[in-house]
Structures are given as C-alpha cells and as structure tokens.
Design a protein around this ligand. Structure first.
Ligand code: COA
Length: 390
C-alpha cells in the first residue's frame, strides 16, 4: 500500500499579541523605546506637559500643529459651549445602577451621544474633528455627574468660563476653599496627567478604535470599542489596580515584602512593565514629579514613600529590571486629588479621547480593512459522523 504524500506544514511565525508587528504608518505620535522618548506630532511630551495646556495638545493632535493664541481662544470657546449634557442623558445615567463600573456609564453615554448625530457615518475629517471636540467637552460632564450621583449629590452645570481641567475639578469638587479647582498647583498637576495620557500610538484601545474605523463604521462605535479595551486591567484599568494595591499595603514598611510575595508567586505587579518601553516609560518622570509634589502638599508622604520602595524592589528583584509605567504615579496622584479609585480609568478616557479620535481621522484618511490571519491548530478536517460512515 502506498502512503499518501503528506507535505509538512511550512514553518509559520505567529506573533502572539501582535508583539513587534508594525501594522501601519502614523504621523500622530512616535514612541522610541531606545531613547525613552515619546513625541506628539514631533513635540516631546515632557515639553508639551511643561509649556502647554491640555486644550492646546488636543488641538495639536487633531490639527497637526499647535494653535496660535487666537486659534486656541476660538477652540476653547467652542469646547466650553459643548460641555452641557441634555436631560435625557442625565436620566439615562440615573437609570444605570450605582454598582456598575463608571466605564460602563461612559460607554453608554458615548453610544447615546452618537445616536443623536444624523451624520455619524460621515468620513469627512472636519465633521469628525467636530464630533471629537463634542466628546472631549461632554465626557467630563458625564464623569463628574456620575461621581456626584454616587455620593447622593446633584448634577452641577459645567462652567462656560473655566479651563478644561479647572472645570472638571469644579464640577466634581465645587469651588469652595480647599477644592482642587481653586488651587493652581492641583489644576496644573491634573492637566499634566491628561497631556501625558492623551496619546500613545498603537496601544490596545487605539488599535481597537482603528480596527472598528477600518470597517467604515462610525466614530462613536470606534470610541465605544476603545472604552471597552481601555477598561481592562492590563491597559487603562492598571491605574485603578495600582491604588487598590497601595491601599491594601497601607504601610510603607510592608511594601517591599508585598512586592516580593507577588514576584515569588509569579503574579503581576500592576503599574509596572510595558509592551514597548523596556528601559522605562518616558512619561513617568513628569508624572512622578507631579505626584510627589501633590504628596507633600496633601499630607500624602506615605504614598510617596511606598511608591519609592515598590519601584526599587521591582527594579532590583526582576531579571529584566522592570520599571514603573505611567499608571504607577498617576494612580496615587488621582487619589491625592480626592478621586475615588473606580474613576481613575474614566479620567484616562477624558484624555485619551483626543488620541483615539486623531487616529480615527488618520485611519479614515488612508483606510485599509484591518484583518489579520490566524494559524489553525485545531482538529484536522473530518467528517460529521452519520449512520453510513459509523
Ligand atoms: N509584574 C511582574 N512581572 C512582570 C510585570 C509586572 N508588572 N510585567 C512584566 N513582567 C514579567 C512577565 O510576566 C514576563 O515574565 P516571564 O518571562 O517569566 O514570562 C517578563 O516580565 C517579561 O515581560 P514582558 O515581555 O516585558 O511583558 P509584556 O510586553 O508581555 O507585557 C504588560 C507588558 C504591560 C502587559 C505587562 O508588563 C503587565 O501586565 N504589566 C502590569 C499591568 C500594567 O501596569 N499595565 C499598564 C500598561 S501601560
């Protein structure tokens, strides 16, 4: 009997998690792990955090250039005018259980806002820029109201004069003495965190937005998908996990042992490591400085001490010297500003909406359906059992 001539499968390289795969070009941001640098439209993020406000960075991401002072003035006037949310959206938020994650509220709010746009499917970049500005303006109002209703507080109308960050802090905490909205250093620390969170090339949520956009779906659907991706603890949810861990450790004297126990149990320590940066996250030094200042100012030296011990323990006890990522300083920074932990990722959304939508515009302008291949490793082809072949 002759044996069938079965050809061996050619060697297939599967890049699990798409690690190292270059999926497309982008002119929005560049991550250079070797030099520990991140640029938005060519500008180092550290310089943007130092010299610009979040509104200027949003303008830059969408329009490719920083605004002139009159362009910024017009842009800010338009943003302020779009902050209000309607009664139906407030009722919709009220209908959602207090027990659900605030990211669920945000995801639902974006779906609702999208349902009101009769031109949601348009691929016109100017329309998408307008949509993006509307989402940037309204999402803080949604988040602020969700924070307030969970504390039994009423909806607070957004300000039509305050800056983006100041307005958000005002909507959440009011403007009495002691509110971070009244404190220049607190507003600046918060604004810096938004600039650092705004954009980061083809991360999981941005790539999700690009995949959805590539099917010619609408901007709101792409943003809803991106919110779902960001919610995961390996991505945006890490800043929440960081603070939960710090609250669990509670005492800096216990921090080293806590990290060592995690490492010996082969568990992840949230807020450390990065898919792209292996020599340290370029955004960390700026956020770390802002966090440490907040720590000194708000009586939070305990968190600063714990931060340093955990970072040192991770660095010294991992073979690849794992360093903190942006979520490690931003988690405790948001805690010091007075935010509840489950709202850290929604705050991340308020910033990243600018990067996502810049990518949605870019994907639309040079679209190709994103559809990778898979290597099959299941059962070989076989026949369904029937009475005739049993
Ligand atoms: N805690 C403990 N060990 C970690 C770690 C962490 N935070 N990050 C990476 N490692 C370990 C990995 O488990 C792996 O160990 P192994 O070789 O024994 O399997 C090794 O270090 C190398 O990991 P690496 O290839 O660098 O990680 P990755 O690119 O697959 O994953 C992350 C990157 C971000 C998903 C990963 O670092 C992580 O899960 N971090 C915690 C979550 C987090 O902070 N996410 C926010 C990212 S901005």
């Amino acid at each position: 009997m002759s044996t069938p001539n079965i050809k061996p499968e050619p060697e297939i390289e599967v890049r699990k998690g798409l690690a190292g795969v270059i999926a497309d070009y982008t002119a929005i941001s560049k991550v250079v792990p070797e030099t520990n640098s991140l640029t938005y439209r060519g500008y180092p993020v550290q310089e943007l955090a130092r010299y610009c406000c979040f509104e200027e960075v949003a303008y830059l991401l969408w329009n490719k250039e920083l605004p002139t002072s009159s362009e910024l003035r017009r842009f800010s006037i338009r943003e302020k005018a779009l902050r209000h949310i309607d009664r139906h959206l407030i009722d919709l938020i009220n209908a959602m259980p207090m027990t659900c994650h605030p990211m669920d509220v945000l995801r639902t709010a974006v779906s609702y806002i999208g349902s009101l746009d009769p031109e949601a499917y348009t691929k016109d970049s100017d329309h998408i820029r307008r949509t993006s500005l509307e989402l940037m303006a309204k999402l803080p109002t949604v988040v602020a109201y969700d924070i307030r209703r969970r504390k039994g507080l009423d909806y607070r109308e957004p300000s039509t004069t305050k800056s983006f960050s100041e307005n958000f802090l005002y909507m959440v905490f009011g403007d009495d003495e002691g509110s971070p909205a009244n404190d220049r250093a607190d507003v600046e620390a918060f604004d810096k965190s938004l600039i650092l969170y705004a954009e980061h090339s083809f991360n999981a949520s941005t790539f999700t937005a690009r995949v959805i956009t590539s099917t010619m779906s609408d901007t709101y659907s792409a943003v809803v998908g991106a919110i779902g991706a960001l919610k995961g603890p390996l991505h945006g949810g890490a800043n929440e996990a960081v603070m939960h861990n710090m609250l669990e450790i509670d005492d800096p004297a216990k921090a080293e042992q806590w990290v060592m126990d995690k490492l010996s149990n082969k568990e992840l320590v949230m807020g450390f490591g990065h898919r792209v940066y292996k020599q340290g996250d370029s955004r960390v030094p700026t956020m770390e400085a802002a966090f440490k200042e907040l720590g000194l100012k708000h009586g939070g030296t305990k968190w600063v001490e714990m931060y340093d011990i955990m970072a040192k323990t991770m660095y010294e006890n991992t073979s690849i010297k794992i360093r903190p990522n942006l979520d490690f300083p931003s988690g405790p920074a948001y805690h010091l500003l007075g935010f509840d932990v489950e709202f850290f990722t929604p705050i991340f959304v308020m910033a990243r909406i600018t990067g996502w939508t810049a990518h949605i515009i870019e994907q639309n302008e040079s679209n190709s359906l994103i559809r990778p291949l898979s290597a099959y490793n299941g059962e070989p082809q076989r026949s369904v059992p029937t009475s005739s072949n049993e």
